[in-house]
Design a protein around this ligand. Structure first.
Ligand code: PHE
Length: 345
């Protein structure tokens, strides 16, 4: 019996030693230490032993069990450690692999122009204002000194929704709204970017919907020279320090005097080319001193307050600045066009 037990121990330890996985080890444990295993089987023969030998065999059987258990436990630990090492190796991340590029979008060219102009004017203390695109006739025309039936209304062919409501034809309505909100008090210093609508046939330079930025300053002692200085600074910041400006007399019902501003052509430097139609100058915007009637209608004392206003087309600025030859490019969402304004590539 003693031999048989020692043989079982040797056999089991050998198997444990050679076990290559945890499953195999578990099978060995079940086979040798389980209730129906060979050790239990051997101990069944204890009844035939003498009273002297019985405790010895019992002790030996326990030793064999302990030896097998200890061997299984230490092997189990080894196998588990090996499994962890293997798992770590298989899950290693190669940090030198190049990442998958994420496609990054970019701002629309018109947004870029708007932000550039906003930054410039905010730096001079202007606030950004907004107004509705579906506008009342009163703010789009009447409050700006275009009475009903006034011929100047024909300068801006409109989309009417009802007799009194239309899609705004310019951002100048925000002037009237902002002054009205300020209850006749200065100073007012705003710029207002936004969409405007005019009945027009779309072509390379016309669009029935386009964008403008309006500027308005109202305070005591605002003069035409303040307007000129502001526009000069704007032209140089947007188009380069060597740009010159000139103001030509013009007409808008809501400004008096009214002007149009040209900048010296950056393409030919003023000598004349196709872009400036051989004049050396490019028209950029309309402006003027706020008409006393407009100030009075908004509740301002026109003896005390004066102001200037200007309005420019954003597409026109973008076309000149980026050399775009067709206004429709801004609205057709062609990625080949839009990607050219990416700051990421
Ligand atoms: N609202 C005018 C237009 O759309 C531009 C303008 C704005 C002119 C402000 C003078 C002052 O043509």
């Amino acid at each position: 019996m003693q031999e048989r037990l020692q043989q079982l121990q040797a056999e089991a330890l050998h198997k444990v030693d050679n076990a290559s996985g945890l499953k195999e080890l578990n099978d060995i444990r079940a086979a040798y230490l389980g209730k129906k295993g060979p050790i239990t089987e051997v101990l069944k023969g204890m009844g035939k032993l003498s009273a002297e030998e019985r405790p010895k065999m019992g002790a030996l059987a326990n030793e064999v069990r302990d030896a097998i258990t200890a061997a299984i436990e230490s092997k189990q630990q080894l196998l588990e450690e090996a499994a962890v090492v293997e798992q770590l190796a298989s899950e290693t991340i190669d940090v030198t692999l190049p990442g998958r590029p994420v496609k990054v979008g970019n701002h629309h060219p018109l947004t870029r122009i708007i932000e550039e102009i906003e930054d410039l004017f905010m730096g001079m203390g202007y606030a950004v204002a907004e107004g509705p695109e579906v506008e009342q006739d009163y703010y789009n025309f009447e409050a700006l000194n275009f009475p009903k039936g006034h011929p100047a209304r024909d300068m801006q062919d409109s989309y009417y929704i009802s007799d009194d409501i239309l899609l705004r034809t310019h951002t100048s309505g925000v002037q009237a709204r902002t002054m009205e909100k300020n209850h006749g008090k200065g100073p007012v210093k705003i710029i207002c970017p936004g969409k405007v609508y005019r009945r027009d046939n779309d072509d390379a330079t016309h669009s029935h919907q386009f964008m403008q930025i309006e500027g308005l300053v109202v305070d005591e002692n605002i003069r035409l020279s303040d307007l000129k200085g502001t526009l000069d600074l704007f032209a140089k910041k947007m188009f380069g320090e060597d740009r010159e400006i000139r103001l030509r007399p013009s007409f808008f019902p809501f400004t008096e005097p009214s002007v149009e501003m040209d900048i010296s052509c950056k393409f030919c430097g003023g000598t004349g080319c196709g872009v400036c139609k051989d004049t050396g100058w490019i028209e950029i915007l309309g402006a003027g001193m706020v008409h006393p009637n407009v100030l009075e209608m908004a509740g301002y004392d026109s003896k005390k307050y004066t102001g200037f206003a200007f309005g420019l087309g954003i597409e026109r600025i973008a076309m000149l600045k980026y050399g775009v030859d067709d206004i429709r490019h801004f609205y057709t969402n062609d990625n080949r066009f839009l990607k050219q304004f990416s700051v990421h590539e």
